[in-house]
Design a protein around this ligand. Structure first.
Ligand code: RFL
Length: 406
């Protein structure tokens, strides 16, 4: 049960064992795991519920991650509605190279848009499992993280008052632009990698033009085609970092996509209205360790992988499973091994995926780098992928996310 503590200056203070900052896939999954074990927690989110339920982002989810959601009673809608993907395609020099990873491994990808997953998770947390959540909060601040009685304060959007939360654990799930990472001590190690390229991320109101993910490797820049639903397709176009999305009007976008994703034996792409258009600078970071005192980071707050390899949400959910289970074991049974091993257990997989993202970035951006040597080695790497069963098996394992222990 939560309790209210009277405070000077008419501040009301509340007590929750766990305060979670951020209602993305990581924060909501941890909240759901805690509520399933009847642990009280509060989720703080700066946006509205409507906003987070519509924010477009990821789509590709690993089989192992779906199993993790299913084991925690969080995958009913996903299993009913997600599409299964069994292959992807590389287009190089107007030729198509199909890569049937399911044929090679017996495993597949799920495609389920992130807004649908967030909608499922918030409904289950707040409406079914009775979890506490505050939307639209402002100015979240963390205090006393190195003590065993940390507090979190925030401004309530309705009353405009500062609220104070006493807790045992603060869980930082506020993504790449949140505040919890900023609360890290000076000596925290943050390893960074900047690829020096931008991607124009697009959502088109157009049916997919292929039955699978397509990677266009082109001297003018990378292009990607990612089916999201029968009506909506995500596209990517490599562009200079920091480029202005307004310099990419409708006609320019479609001309570039047709050129970079074109294949001699395929009709042109089906065009449609562009409903999202933003430039993402391709960079990564990893915070080590992911725990500081009573602050535990999870998901993009702890590590960012540029959407190059479609791994960010998969990692966020993997963190959430480990941290949610670790918190439940500690708070209900006094077992602390899960929390003590949390950071190390996550970081092995995080670095594995960072390395894959770097490898894939070389493949995607080599021929457009303007460097003849990089272009040559990129094409050699692609030939090896198409011709060598060993290289194909290795790629499939990483692409499906099966290289690390479950
Ligand atoms: P999120 O989803 O960013 O959620 C963080 C939440 O915290 C809130 N917040 C705050 N709340 C309170 N106080 C503050 N001060 C706050 N600051 C922020 C935010 O409003 C938000 O609700 O982080 P989380 O949970 O760690 O989840 C990470 C994933 O969202 C992310 O890794 C993926 O979207 C990455 N990604 C993909 N990952 C995949 O696994 N497969 C994909 O196919 C895939 N495609 C993508 C992607 C990311 C993309 N973009 C936009 C970067 C495609 C794109 C275009």
């Amino acid at each position: 049960m939560t309790s209210t503590i009277s405070q000077p200056n008419s501040l009301s203070a509340h007590r929750f064992p766990v305060v979670i900052v951020g209602a993305g896939p990581a924060g909501l999954t941890i909240g759901n795991i805690l509520r399933a074990a009847s642990v009280e927690c509060l989720v703080l989110e700066i946006e509205t519920r409507e906003f987070i339920e519509l924010r477009p982002r990821a789509g590709v989810i690993e089989e192992r991650v779906v199993r993790g959601l299913q084991e925690r009673g969080l995958a009913d809608n996903l299993l009913e509605r997600a599409e299964l993907h069994t292959q992807c395609e590389f287009r190089v020099d107007r030729e198509r190279h199909r890569f049937s990873y399911t044929e090679l491994t017996g495993h597949h990808h799920f495609v389920y848009p992130q807004p649908l997953l967030v909608t499922d998770l918030v409904r289950e947390y707040a409406d079914v499992r009775g979890g506490a959540i505050r939307f639209g909060v402002r100015d979240v601040q963390l205090h006393g993280l190195d003590s065993d009685r940390p507090t979190v304060s925030y401004t309530d959007p309705q009353s405009g008052r500062r609220e104070l939360l006493h807790c045992e654990f603060v869980i930082g799930c506020d993504g790449a632009r949140g505040v919890t990472r900023a609360a890290l001590p000076q000596h925290a190690r943050i390893a960074r990698q900047d690829y020096g390229v931008g991607w124009l991320a697009l959502l088109a109101e157009a049916p997919p033009s292929s039955d699978c993910v397509v990677f266009g490797i082109h001297p003018r820049g990378f292009a990607g085609h990612m089916p999201r639903s029968p009506e909506v397709t995500r596209y990517y176009l490599e562009c200079p970092p920091g480029d202005d999305p307004d310099s990419w009007p409708h006609d320019r976008v479609w001309a570039e996509l047709q050129e970079r994703l074109g294949a001699d034996d395929r009709p042109p792409l089906t065009e449609g209205r562009l409903i999202e258009k933003r430039v993402l600078d391709m960079h990564n970071y990893v915070v080590e360790p992911m725990v500081f005192g009573r602050l535990f980071l999870a998901g993009d707050a702890a590590h960012l992988t540029a959407p190059i390899a479609a791994k960010g949400m998969n990692l966020a959910l993997h963190d959430a499973f480990l941290l949610g289970d670790g918190l439940v074991a500690h708070l209900t049974k006094g077992e602390s091994a899960g929390l003590e091993n949390y950071s190390a257990a996550c970081l092995d997989r995080v670095w594995d995926y960072q390395e894959f993202s770097q490898w894939l970035s070389d493949v995607y951006h080599g021929t457009s780098s303007g460097d003849a040597y990089r272009a040559g080695t990129t094409l050699a790497r692609l030939r090896r992928l198409f011709e060598s069963p060993a290289a194909a098996a290795s790629f499939a394992e990483q692409y499906l996310g099966k290289s690390s222990a479950s």
